[in-house]
Design a binder for this molecule. Structure first.
Ligand SMILES: Nc1ncnc2c1ncn2[C@@H]1O[C@H](COP(=O)(O)OP(=O)(O)O)[C@@H](O)[C@H]1O
Ligand code: SF4
Ligand SMILES: [Mg+2]
Length: 353
């Protein structure tokens, strides 16, 4: 068994809702992340998928210490990093880096590409002493497929795909072990998405990286993920190996998401089930009792409002040992094939830029 590099347990982030100007009092909370557990193994890619607002970015920010958890553990190589400070925290942070969603706004327009990529060296000069920096940054440009001579250019002189390459180069500058990529291709054209995903794939083997790859669309993560976790309203509702989730989903929410993935083959399209989700995602300030998905679930019964379903292998599959025997937080889990198998995912092959 490959060793875990990150272990997340009972992770919670609640943002207080306050009232009053002078004497603020708490009247509720935005339950952005409400009890998330997962393990990321060394060299693995774990995809995290869910609709906008379900807490994906908040999880990402807690992993890289941009937000402090309200509760829960984040273990890096067995050590809880949520309590660290000073030098110990700095050294862990170096090993867990983030690639952001929007390459148009995440790069400072007034800084040259060389300064953007080399900025992490200001905090960690031990990785690249001043005299070495230019060479290191040029090497990074080369590694992500950009011309090293572009080092003095500004972000606006690049295309969206190239800017995301700059963001990736910056994420690699400190030679981290874990990259948290928060929707790294969502803002890009479909043809460019494939190039950036293929680049991330190559970098993973070249630099032995472990990825947490966040997306709102199941079709994008299939290509790159070994395992996939599906989030709904601040929790993971189903998690398993790639083929388990795509070909044998047991949670109604995953089944609904998969049924919405576009299918190119017209015949396959005709034969598959379409599930239309009723209503909107409830507000994270007011999470439904019992199963949080019940207000939109076509299978909901009384038990669903009373009992919170645990994220575990459902009892009916516990002894099958088949692909349906993976963690799913549903009292009435059953398999339903909703997407025709598309090996390798819906991502087209790489084209030259
Ligand atoms: N700083 C904040 N204060 C209050 N609410 C927040 C804050 N950041 C995020 N939220 C809320 O938390 C929920 C989850 O947000 P986010 O993690 O960005 O979701 P996702 O990345 O899945 O779209 C949303 O309802 C969002 O409005
Ligand atoms: S526990 Fe009930 S409401 Fe929740 S997903 Fe399962 S059937 Fe639907
Ligand atoms: Mg987000």
């Amino acid at each position: 068994m490959v060793e875990p590099i990150l272990e997340v347990g009972g992770l919670v982030k609640h943002y207080p809702l306050t009232q009053g100007v002078l004497f603020k009092r708490q009247v509720g909370a935005v339950k952005a992340v409400d009890g998330v557990d997962f393990t990321l193994h060394k060299g693995e890619t774990l995809g995290i998928v869910g609709e906008s607002g379900c807490g994906k970015s908040t999880v990402a920010k807690m992993l890289v210490n941009l937000e402090r958890p309200t509760q829960g553990l984040i273990k890096y190589k067995g050590e809880d990093i949520t309590k660290l400070s000073g030098k110990a925290l700095k050294s862990v942070r170096r090993n867990i880096q983030m690639v952001f969603q929007d390459p148009y706004t995440s790069l400072n327009p007034r800084m040259t590409v060389g300064d953007i990529i080399g900025e992490p060296y200001d905090i960690h000069p031990e990785v690249a002493p001043k005299g070495d920096r230019r060479k290191k940054v040029q090497d990074l440009l080369d590694v992500v497929g950009l011309n090293p001579e572009y080092i003095n250019r500004y972000p606006h002189q690049f295309s969206g795909g190239q800017r995301q390459r700059i963001g990736i180069a910056r994420g690699l500058a400190l030679r981290p072990e874990v990259i948290v990529a928060d929707e790294p291709v969502s803002a890009l054209d479909v043809s460019v998405q494939a190039q950036v995903i293929n680049l991330l794939d190559r970098l993973q083997s070249d630099f032995e990286l472990s990825y947490l790859f966040i997306a709102h669309d199941l079709s994008i993560v299939r290509h790159i993920s070994d395992r996939v976790g599906v989030m709904y309203l601040g929790r993971i509702v189903e998690i398993g190996k790639d083929a388990e989730i795509y070909d044998h989903p047991t949670h109604p929410y995953t089944q609904a998401l998969l049924s919405a993935v576009p299918v190119p083959d017209p015949e396959a399209r005709e034969h598959r089930e379409r599930i239309i989700l009723a209503g909107d995602v409830p507000s994270p300030t007011n999470i439904p009792s019992g199963c949080r998905f019940r207000t939109r679930c076509w299978k909901a019964r009384e038990r669903c409002a009373l009992e919170v379903p645990a994220l575990a292998v459902p009892a009916e599959f516990r002894h099958t040992n088949g692909p349906e025997a993976h963690d799913s937080a549903c009292h009435f889990a059953e398999t339903l094939s909703v997407s025709p198998s598309t090996p390798g995912g819906a991502v087209p092959p790489e084209e030259p830029e």
